[in-house]
Design a protein around this ligand. Structure first.
Ligand SMILES: [Mg+2]
Length: 232
């Protein structure tokens, strides 16, 4: 945070009249996705009267939503049951009740966003792999979480994956498109925070802009050091 505010002040001085923007990914950068994942797995048990995930806590969510099929064989042998759970997770992770009931911010992140939002001519953009069909619920839930911190987000600063069926590779390419989108709208983008080093690497490769500070939100399960931006 200290180095980000230093960078911000430097950029402000260099570009006194520009609309400065700091861009954040949402999932596992602002919102802790291990909580909805546990919520959905417990819901599966409840609906199906099973006990696969009984006693599990947030600490046991040591995998990402994308990789649940790789993790299930460790606890469930029946492959048909595994497949049923994978489908259930895919169908339920992004339902309105899951988002409203289980999305929680990481400690400290909304305070940081608040600080930037109250600086003059400064904007916080959101760049997410969530599909555009989730636009309203994404804004509603983030504004609900943000209200306690006097943080709010509007549709014009939210870039979403326009593809309905997202896969990891699509998300990576859309991350760089997200920053280009904000630049085209006239914002001077000075940072991008994401929990996935691969997303930061794509941005680094595509944009080649030394004034965009890339920040690894260290919340994901990617191996540390897989990619650490070299530019300071
Ligand atoms: Mg993320």
């Amino acid at each position: 945070m200290k180095s980000l505010s230093k960078h911000y002040h430097k950029m402000r001085k260099k570009y006194p009249d520009e609309k400065i923007m700091l861009v954040f990914d949402i999932d596992d950068t602002i919102v802790d996705i291990s909580i909805p994942l546990l919520y959905v797995l417990k819901k599966y048990d409840y609906i199906n009267r099973t006990a696969h995930f009984r006693g599990m806590t947030q600490k046991d969510m040591v995998f990402e939503e994308w990789h649940i099929q790789d993790w299930l064989p460790d606890i469930i042998r029946d492959t048909a049951e595994q497949e049923k759970i994978v489908q259930f997770v895919r169908a339920n992770m992004w339902l309105e009740d899951t988002i409203l009931m289980s999305h929680r911010p990481f400690q400290g992140v909304l305070e940081i966003i608040r600080w930037f939002q109250i600086q003059a001519n400064t904007y916080v953009g959101l760049n997410t792999g969530r599909s555009d069909s989730l636009r309203k619920i994404t804004l509603d839930s983030l504004n609900l979480l943000g209200s306690k911190f006097r943080v709010s987000f509007s549709s014009d600063i939210l870039y979403m994956n326009p593809m309905e069926d997202k896969v990891e590779e699509d998300i990576r390419s859309y991350k760089s498109r997200g920053l280009l989108y904000f630049q085209k709208k006239g914002y001077k983008v000075i940072s991008f925070a994401d929990n996935e080093p691969a997303n930061l690497k794509v941005i680094d490769d595509v944009l080649l802009d030394p004034e965009i500070r890339l920040l690894h939100a260290d919340t994901s399960l990617d191996p540390p050091g897989a990619y650490l931006p070299s530019r300071q």
